[in-house]
Ligand binder design. Structure first.
Ligand SMILES: [Zn+2]
Length: 203
């Protein structure tokens, strides 16, 4: 009896570990996803509303392959961060979206500075991060190619294309000029880096 019950509990332990650990990990990540950072302040909420109103106003012309990201961009919970810098890497993202932990509602994390962008640039950032919110499968890493391609395709469908940086700057006059410039610079580099086809912006 002693041996048999030991064998059963060993088996149960294996089963519980196999099912329990991924579930606990998912629960942990899901919770972190919802509580990490801060909620938006009234200014940030008004900026997100402007960006979302812009996305909605253009919805009829958006590419079919981008509809899933568009829906998430319009509804995801937003959490705010001072910065995403860790250590001395000097790298800082405009937004971060967890690959896991999106089961209990989609969440997008944005850097505080992103709220100073022209609403149309902020809208494109929401689209980019929304693509990541759907990348749940076991890829080696979140696909930046897909996120930048859909972001670029949306910018094109919104009529916001530019042949060089001067043209691009002329398009975006709202928000902070410096912040817009920094964003344009980053996106133009990454469109090239990730091989975006028919990029909305070229240098
Ligand atoms: Zn990304």
């Amino acid at each position: 009896m002693g041996l048999a019950s030991t064998q059963v509990s060993m088996k149960m332990a294996v089963v519980i570990t196999a099912i329990g650990l991924p579930t606990m990990y998912q629960a942990f990540v899901t919770t972190k996803n919802h509580v990490w950072g801060r909620p938006m302040n009234p200014f940030q909420m008004s900026k997100i509303k402007e960006a979302r109103d812009f996305i909605s106003s253009k919805q009829s012309g958006s590419p079919a392959g981008a509809k899933f990201a568009e829906g998430t961009a319009l509804t995801a919970k937003i959490r705010v961060h001072e910065t995403f810098k860790d250590g001395d890497s000097g790298e800082d993202a405009w937004g971060v979206t967890m690959q896991y932990g999106q089961i209990a509602g989609k969440v997008i994390h944005l850097k505080k500075m992103a709220f100073l962008l022209d609403k149309r640039l902020l809208a494109s950032l929401l689209i980019h991060e929304s693509v990541h919110a759907h990348q749940w499968d076991f890829r080696e890493k979140p696909s930046e190619n897909e996120a930048y391609q859909i972001q670029s395709d949306m910018l094109r469908s919104w009529g916001l294309t530019a042949g060089d940086i001067i043209q691009a700057r002329d398009l975006f006059k709202e928000g902070s000029e410096d912040v817009n410039d920094g964003f344009l610079d980053d996106e133009m580099s990454t469109f090239v880096e990730y091989g975006v086809a028919d990029p909305a912006w070229k240098r």
